[in-house]
Design a protein around this ligand. Structure first.
Ligand code: HEC
Ligand code: ZN
Length: 253
């Protein structure tokens, strides 16, 4: 499967404002576990399936406490959530247990509801910036390959052979070319990115760096760190940079 396209979610999203209580509390109040898609009830938290998943088999762990951020949970709640995550997640194929470990950036963002003070955020951003390895030659690859990478949602899955080329899943969060009518809106529209921001070396360096490690520019960005995690290769990131910044790319038509 290249993309999980879920148009039926729209009815739910449009009605969300009318919901009387949060979806997690509503699930908990259902008489039967299966009606709330609940698969486990712990001491302070429970596990349920996402009815409108972004990923195949999207399982969620939620506290009984009606709290919106990890920062608001007690240490006991957090400890049980971590224990349940580690118990229910099994290493399989290339998906190893280290996927559950947070690095310093994720910890700072989780503990500060994605809005850490500058004194915490700035040094971490600086350190992230230093991780970016720029290509030694030209920054732009082939936009036609970049288009395929932007449209593909593959990569990092347990069922894939380690090292097999993944995709960027850019359309999950961004509009890019006007020819693609299905796209997510978590990120800003990148339509005509080169036309608006310029095609020059500074923009090229920014786009390559942003794809490599988005959190170097915005610590708690929801955008994945494609180069930092090794999920895209240098050539793939150059091809994506071309997709955004080649004047002949459909993004700039
Ligand atoms: C999970 C959602 C998500 C995915 C997937 C994603 N992005 Fe983003 N992206 C964001 C968000 C949110 C922002 C805005 C916040 C920020 O700057 O980090 C952003 C910002 C950007 C920007 C900076 C825009 C500007 O105006 O400066 C670029 C360029 C970009 N993304 C390119 C890409 C490309 C190329 C891909 C695919 C390889 C991609 N993104 C995948 C969420 C995502
Ligand atoms: Zn709730």
């Amino acid at each position: 499967m290249e993309r999980l396209w879920a148009p039926w979610r729209m009815t739910y999203i449009r009605r969300a404002a009318l919901l009387k209580r949060c979806v997690l509390c509503a699930a908990l109040r259902r008489r039967r576990n299966r009606d709330g898609l609940i698969v486990h009830r712990g001491r302070t938290c429970f596990c349920l399936l996402n009815k409108y998943p972004y990923n195949a088999g999207h399982l969620m762990v939620a506290p009984y406490a009606h709290k919106a951020t990890l920062a608001k949970l007690t240490d006991a709640d957090l400890a049980e959530i971590n224990a349940v995550l580690k118990r229910d997640f099994r290493a399989k194929g290339q998906a190893k247990m280290d996927r559950l470990d947070q690095d310093a950036v994720q910890r700072a963002c989780n503990l500060n509801a994605d809005n850490p003070p500058d004194s915490v955020a700035k040094p971490l951003e600086q350190a992230q910036l230093k991780t970016i390895k720029y290509p030694s030659g030209p920054m732009l690859g082939d936009w036609k390959s970049g288009k395929k990478i932007a449209e593909s949602g593959r990569g990092m899955q347990w069922s894939e052979k380690p090292g097999s080329p993944g995709g960027g899943g850019c359309y999950n969060c961004h509009q890019l070319s006007a020819a693609q009518t299905s796209y997510g809106t978590i990120g800003p529209s990148l339509l005509a990115f080169g036309k608006k921001r310029g095609y020059g070396p500074d923009t090229q360096r920014y786009v390559y760096g942003k794809i490599y490690n988005a959190k170097a520019y915005n610590l708690c960005s929801e955008m994945p760190r494609f180069g930092h995690t090794g999920s895209l290769t240098e050539q793939q990131m150059k091809d994506l940079t071309a997709y955004l910044l080649d004047p002949t790319s459909p993004v700039n038509k």
